[in-house]
Write a protein that binds this ligand. Sequence first.
Ligand code: MCU
Length: 410
Amino acid sequence: MQISGLFCLLVGALFNVVTAAPAPGCPLSGSPSFTTKNPLLPNPFEFLSGAPVSSKADWSCRRQEISTLFQQYELGIKPGPPDNLQSDFQKYDNGTGGNLTLTISSGGNTISWSATVVYPNVTTGSGPYPALIALDSLTIPRPDGVAIITAFVSQFAQQDNSTSRGKGLYYELFPDNSPQAASAMMAWSWGVSRILDVLTSSTDVGIDATHVGVVGCSRWGKGSLVVAAFDERLALAIVQESGSGGTACWRLSDVENVSVNGSDTVQTAHEIVGENVWFSQEFEVFANETDGTQRLPFDHHMLAGLVAPRGLFVIDNLGYKWLSPWSSYGCMTVAREVYKALGAQQAFGYSEAANHTHCQFPVADQGGELDTYVNKYLLGQQIESNVFRTEANFTFDEAEWIDWETATLS
Ligand code: MCU
């Protein structure tokens, strides 16, 4: 078999994968109040029941509550591990990487999904290497010392337009078209979790499963945030130019948006659910109602909060109004409060650069910052990481958008 001009070894490794046990459950502490509209960004440090979140143990439960809420009302439900998962790694015979095939069965259905692995250019040693999982393609410079695993997520759950609902390998495995069925991004998250199952159960792929990150730009940037939010085994998320539905907050994007001749200047929840299938059908209830997102018991500062205290580096671009640069900066300013509460402020980096072409990473401006997060969270270097900046001339006054205080969790 020939792949990209490289010959595979005839004998690969075929093995059964032991999947992670589901996390112990913390039931929802109460019911969201969908009758009240809250134009401010909801309090991450208060349970639905109204009880305060005052310790790291509380946060662990609140984190699960927030995860459940996102699944129920925005992204669709992420199923547990499959009935059976087998993996086959065919190493290229020149040693530069290989092809990883997952055979996944659930409820009598079986699919096969492949990812490519490219090892770093190193002259000594043979791994295991830290790795970045790139969603569909890599849109940052390939970092030194890090393997790149390309996960072909658009094949796993399609995202061409609004007719892509329920199309792709994931839906052959889980043919569910209920309003709370996994959206494309939640399906990607499930698929990437299966790659992590393989990396954590076997050394054959040559990857250090404790130092794996995820990266994507634009729609794949939204995906990168979702993937990291819903799998705590990922050590780092690099979220590039994700815009609304990613690092922007729905409420703030509605405020930033100005309608010109009936068209949005900033992407809103209302626009996004008509454009594509990144979110669940359930979310359309909120997105299609005027100020409906103000009824949600969360916003995307809390999605980013699910990644805490792990590494998160958000890269933005001021060149596209559509990507809601003020909303993203403001939303991430508030998300940082979760990192602060956990004593992990350095794990969260934010950099918003001046106008450049979408997804063309400006190395001269942001390359050093990117290296810092990769070096620290994938290569294990003990260094300072204190990036939080925008090159915009706007300001964001946090006090206008929150009516709660940051907890100190110990
Ligand atoms: C920034 O991500 C999206 C955006 O949400 C869409 O409205 C636009 O059509 O496509 C962007 C994208 O993924 O560009 C590659």
